[in-house]
Design a protein around this ligand. Structure first.
Ligand code: F0G
Length: 457
């Protein structure tokens, strides 16, 4: 088989500024060993996130010029609404400035003390928005998803038995909705099978519960279903996506992922009464319902991006380029969460640096070393992001200690990825030298964004 090439040519480029090891040592120290505090001009390859970092197509840029900036009834809104309805089938389409704005609106209406929101795995902003209104965010990931070394097709699945048990434990009346994150970002970018979506729907029907998708990476999930689930090989990705959404009552969406744009999101649902409430909050916090928190031009770019993301040449290249990085790391003996996910590769930090206990944040130490050695910016997804303290102030570690290398869409070429592989191999060869870290300052919520670190002595 021939090399799967990037299905695009490059028309506009953004220079990369190179730094030396000495410069990076100072930059990292000044950033208190937190990659979120490093300026992007000091980063050589930026794998911090796949969110809002996509390269837009010439058609999307053309849409930016066509954007109708009317306050009410903008043409761009109607195009956006048409495309989102075509894919999701939902009745009410509510634009928001990004995914978490959709979450904030939804959970501020449905949440409150004594309420529970089960999911396969909540993303950190989703969890934070649920906890912010006094409710509990519950992760019920399928057991297999907790084992980084096991290869399976759908490691993002919900544990259906655990879901039913949980509903019986707290009572259906205390569960305003069940969520499925597709693909499962915090669980390794792993897909959720159609079978699992259907089963979750079945349980929701049994107890009269609503099901919402966190649909950020719906197209990547649909492509995995096409490749891995029996009966879907001959369906188009659009048809698969439509079927996924058909089992849900609504969704939250960050357009910064699978709509291939730099900003945007939406909330969609069938329930008229809930939609009315959501639009009322939207007007107070985001804007009029035909623009949400966005400009007309953003809505155009999202509409176009949602069409492009479902093109199979694009998805084939996208999934293969992430897999390529994963395969090369595996071949070098580097432990990663297997199999490779849709938008990112997750290094298993416990396997990479077993000498560092979870209380000393092995993932953070690897993140720092990747920056030092190669100017690569990654992010810790482990006890820095998800760790909690017990009543005595002792760390309750996260279930997994991971380092995420998120791949921006349509941004880096194969030689960039080859460079990333070389840097990781180099850090892995010197893994015995990796040192534990400690937090010297942190915020009460979402601490990973602003925490300051130092090395333990
Ligand atoms: N849900 C999931 C599964 C996400 O991955 C994100 C964002 C959000 C919701 C929130 O969307 O950023 O538009 O407000 N994930 C980014 C990431 C930030 O790096 O994984 P947002």
């Amino acid at each position: 088989m021939k090399t799967i090439i990037e299905p695009f040519k490059i028309k506009s480029v953004e220079p990369i500024r190179f730094t030396t090891l000495e410069q990076r040592e100072k930059i990292l120290k000044d950033a208190f060993y937190n990659p979120f505090m490093i300026h992007s001009r000091d980063v050589i390859i930026d794998l911090l996130t796949d969110s809002g970092t996509s390269a837009m197509s010439s058609e999307q840029w053309a849409g930016i010029m066509r954007g109708d900036e009317a306050y009410a009834g903008s043409q761009s809104f109607f195009r956006f609404e048409r495309v989102v309805k075509k894919i999701t089938g939902f009745k009410h389409i509510i634009p928001t400035h990004q995914g978490r704005a959709a979450e904030k609106i939804l959970f501020s209406i449905l949440g409150g003390p004594g309420k529970y929101f089960p999911s396969n795995t909540h993303f950190d902003t989703t969890r934070a928005n649920i906890e912010f209104v006094g409710s509990e965010a519950i992760d019920l990931l399928n057991e297999i998803g907790l084992h980084p070394e096991i290869r399976a097709d759908f490691k993002g699945n919900m544990d259906i038995e655990a879901l039913e048990k949980f509903i019986n434990k707290v009572g259906a009346e205390n569960i305003p909705l069940v969520m499925l994150t597709v693909t499962n970002n915090s669980g390794g970018g792993q897909p959720v099978s159609m079978e699992n979506i259907k089963e979750t729907r079945r349980i929701c029907d049994k107890y009269g519960l609503k099901l919402f998708l966190d649909a950020c990476r719906f197209a990547e999930n649909a492509y995995f279903i096409k490749k891995r689930e029996k009966g879907y090989e001959n369906k188009s990705v659009l048809e698969i996506a439509q079927e996924m959404f058909s089992y849900a009552d609504g969704c939250t969406m960050s357009a910064k992922k699978d709509a291939l744009v730099n900003i945007g999101g939406f909330l969609a649902m069938n329930d008229d009464e809930l939609a009315l409430k959501c639009r009322n909050v939207l007007i107070v916090t985001e804007g009029f319902p035909t623009y949400g928190g966005l400009a007309g031009r953003d809505l155009e770019a999202i509409a176009q991006g949602l069409e492009e993301v479902l093109e199979e040449d694009y998805l084939k290249y996208r999934i293969r380029s992430v897999e390529y990085l994963g395969e090369k790391l595996i071949a070098s003996g580097i432990p990663i969460l297997e199999p490779p996910g849709g938008h990112a590769i997750y290094i298993d930090a416990k396997g990479f640096a077993p000498q560092i206990p979870p209380e000393q944040y092995p993932g953070q130490s690897i993140v720092c070393e990747l920056y030092l050695q190669g100017g690569i910016r990654a992010v810790e997804i482990g006890s820095v992001m998800f760790g909690k303290y017990d009543k005595d102030g002792k760390l309750i570690p996260a279930k997994l200690e991971l380092v995420r290398l998120a791949i921006p869409r349509r941004v880096y070429t194969q030689s960039h990825i080859d460079y990333v592989i070389e840097v990781i191999q180099e850090v892995y060869q010197k893994r015995d030298k990796l040192r534990g870290m400690k937090i010297i300052e942190e915020a009460p919520m979402l601490r990973h964004f602003t925490a300051k670190f130092s090395y333990v002595d």
